[in-house]
Each structure stands twice: as C-alpha cells, then as structure tokens.
Ligand binder design. Structure first.
Ligand code: NAD
Ligand code: GDD
Length: 325
C-alpha cells in the first residue's frame, strides 16, 4: 500500500486532503500541532507534534513516503496577516517548518513533495487595479509581496525549487488563491472573507446590516476546497514542478461576494463599510499555465461552493449560539 504524509493534517485543507487520500486507498500519516477542530481524522496515524522541532520531524519522516504534502503554516486571513502584529511568528514558524520538513524528506529519500505557496507572494504593484490584477506565474519578479507572509512563501518556494535542482527532489509548488469550504476557520480572527461573511450573515436577521472592511470594491477570486484538492493531487503526481496557480478565475468584489452569500441565505442584508486590514486592491487567479500543463480548471461556479459553505457555517453559528434564557 502506498504511504503519504500530510503535514498540517489538523487544518482546513489538510483535513480534507486526508479524507480524499483515504478514499483513494493510501496509508496516511497526519501531523499537526493540534487535532482537527471540526472532524475526527481519518488518518491511519495522527501525530500531535511541532514541526518546528527538527527531532520530531525526523521521527515523523521515518520511512520513504510515496508522497508528502506540506500544508503546515502559521497563517490566516487579512485580519491575521495584514495587521503586522504576527509578522515575526509567521516568518519564523513557517520558514522553520519548511526547512525541517524538506530536509528530513531529502534525507529519507522521499522524493515527491508538494508545497502550498500562496498568491500572496505576487508583487503588490501588479494588484493595484481591482479590474485588472496580474497574477501570471511569470509576473512574480521583481518581487514585492505586500506582507511578510507572502515573503516567507516566496523564500520557501525557492527552497523547494533549490532542493529540486540540487538534490533531485520531485518538488511540486502550487500558489493557492483563497481556498474556502466547510470545516475551515470561521471565527476567532484567522478566518478569510468567505467564512467571515457567511458567519456575519448567518448571525444577521433579514434587514440587518453587516460590517465589511474597506469600501468592498476590492476584488478576489475564491476556490472551493474540493477543486483545490484535485489541482493539488494532479500537480503532485505530474512531472511539472511549478510554481503554478491553483485558483479560480471568477473574480468578484467583496461587496458582490457578500450579496451572493445573502442571496444563498435568503436574507436581505445591508452593508456597512468600516476600516479594517485590506491587503491588495485586486487579485485573480490566471489559469493558462495549469490548464495547459495539467488540463485542470475549476469545475463549478463560486455560488455552488458558497451554498455548501454557508450551510455548514450556519450550523456552526446555531450550535454555538448562547442558549436562550
Ligand atoms: P490551516 O491554518 O487550517 O492549516 C494549517 C495547519 O498547520 C494548522 O492546523 C496548524 O495547526 C498547522 N501548524 C501550524 N504550525 C505548525 C507547527 N509548528 N507544527 C505542526 N503543525 C503546525 O490553513 P489551510 O487553509 O488549511 O492552509 C494550508 C496551507 O495552504 C498553508 O500553508 C497555507 O499558507 C496555504 N494557503 C492556504 C490558502 C487558503 O486560502 N486557505 C491560500 C494560500 C495558501
Ligand atoms: N477576513 C475578512 N473578514 N476579510 C474581510 C472582511 C471580514 O470581515 N470584510 C472585508 N474583508 C476583505 C479584506 O479586507 C480583504 O480585502 C478581502 O476581504 C479578502 O480578505 P481575506 O479573504 O481575509 O484574505 P486575502 O484574500 O486578502 O488573502 C487570503 O488569501 C491568500 C491567497 O489568495 C489569505 O487567506 C492568505 O492567507 C492567502 O494566502
């Protein structure tokens, strides 16, 4: 039986990935600082441990895994990575994880390793026009990400590509564009816009207003988690190193996103624009390369993924509501 290691298996994408790999018949070891918050893991072996600790990493990478997926990172949405308050932790924690995991994989001869980079590594100067952002893979340099999170991703991309060139590692690097879906962080400060807006709308009554950071005219695209897994697995098993975008090209403003969720919820919602951490003004995935190299593109519109996600977050909101007196 083929064996796989999923680093960050207690997180959002890692949790979904473990489930999919089990369905495919793999033996799966997961590792994370914590258990998954919203579901029992399906991993055959789940190690609670800190991937910043080199000796722990060497214990976890104890065999020649057929595939390693490195998803562990100190990360969050705009409210976490654009305030500046978490910069030192984000850079130190995520870079240390990547240095440890990649080197342990190399030393155990685990050749095939996937790394989850981010669209946040693209230069800010190409993402100022909300209608025409440029996130083509070859627009990455001269580098000028707008966050330390993005700089760490860029450093780690280069690390994986260096091990590919110098040590023959079959590194595979994807640049994820805002992934969303059920069983992701939806409260507490690390949630991204789709989950935050689903939560706010689930808590609102028809006719209420919800708060939106900024004027809401900033643009993004959002990719449903199942689509992300398909792109991730295809890339990992291909002969293409990347880096390559894994995202949706269905760009919307944050105001449009909010209105789409309100429509899914069947509520009339007003928007109140308030100051908040914003990030780049416009961002959209550019999928020419991935569609040429892997024949992949998202199969469903944004709204379909939002329907599943809203339903799940609405259930969390109801389950967590204070009991009526
Ligand atoms: P997540 O925060 O849900 O999962 C990351 C997991 O890593 C968490 O469970 C966390 O506990 C774990 N982790 C952090 N530090 C660790 C450590 N020292 N040792 C062991 N585990 C540790 O995030 P996610 O949304 O599942 O993202 C997965 C990966 O994809 C991350 O690398 C992230 O940067 C990248 N990414 C995600 C998105 C997105 O929109 N979700 C976009 C771009 C890139
Ligand atoms: N999180 C959040 N919560 N964002 C809001 C809210 C809110 O209540 N209201 C408006 N926004 C706006 C933010 O100000 C930002 O301009 C936009 O919605 C998108 O915010 P996020 O979804 O939090 O993050 P992002 O798209 O800027 O960056 C995310 O995607 C990257 C990959 O594309 C982050 O998750 C990064 O970690 C990730 O790498």
């Amino acid at each position: 039986m083929k064996s796989v290691l999923v680093c960050g298996a207690g997180g959002f994408i890692g949790g979904h990935l473990v489930r999919r790999l089990k369905r495919e018949g793999y033996w799966v070891r997961g590792v994370d600082l914590k258990k998954h918050e919203f579901a029992e893991t399906e991993a055959d072996d789940f190690v609670i441990g800190d991937l910043r600790d080199q000796s722990l990493v060497r214990e976890v990478v104890d065999r020649k895994f057929d595939e390693i997926y490195q998803l562990a990172a100190d990360m969050g949405g705009a409210g976490y990575i654009f305030t500046g308050d978490n910069d030192a932790d984000v850079m130190h924690n995520s870079a240390t994880i990547n240095l440890n995991v990649l080197d342990a994989a190399y030393k155990r001869n685990c050749k095939r390793i996937f790394y989850s980079s981010s669209a946040c590594m693209y230069p800010a100067y190409n993402q100022e026009d909300p209608d025409n952002p440029n996130c083509r893979e070859d627009s990455a340099y001269p580098a000028a990400p707008d966050s330390e999170y993005g700089w760490e991703k860029l450093f780690s991309e280069r690390l994986y590509l260096s091990y590919n060139r110098n040590h023959g590692m079959e590194s595979r690097v994807a640049r994820y564009h805002n992934i969303f879906g059920p069983q992701g962080t939806w409260d507490g400060g690390k949630e991204k816009a789709p989950a935050a807006l689903c939560r706010k709308i689930a808590r609102a009554k028809s006719g209420d207003s919800i708060e939106i950071w900024g004027d809401g005219e900033q643009t993004r695209s959002f990719l449903y988690v199942d689509e992300c897994l398909e792109g991730t697995i295809r890339l990992t098993r291909s002969d293409f190193t990347g880096p390559v975008n894994v995202g949706s090209e269905e760009m919307v403003t944050i105001n449009q996103l909010a209105m789409m969720i309100a429509d899914v919820a069947g509520k009339k919602i007003e928007l109140e624009h308030i100051p908040g951490p914003l990030g780049v003004r416009g961002r959209n995935s550019e999928n020419t390369l991935i569609s040429e190299r892997l024949g992949w593109s998202p199969s469903q519109p944004l709204r379909t993924g939002l329907e599943n996600t809203y339903e799940w977050i609405e259930r969390q909101v109801k389950a967590n509501a204070p009991a009526a007196a």
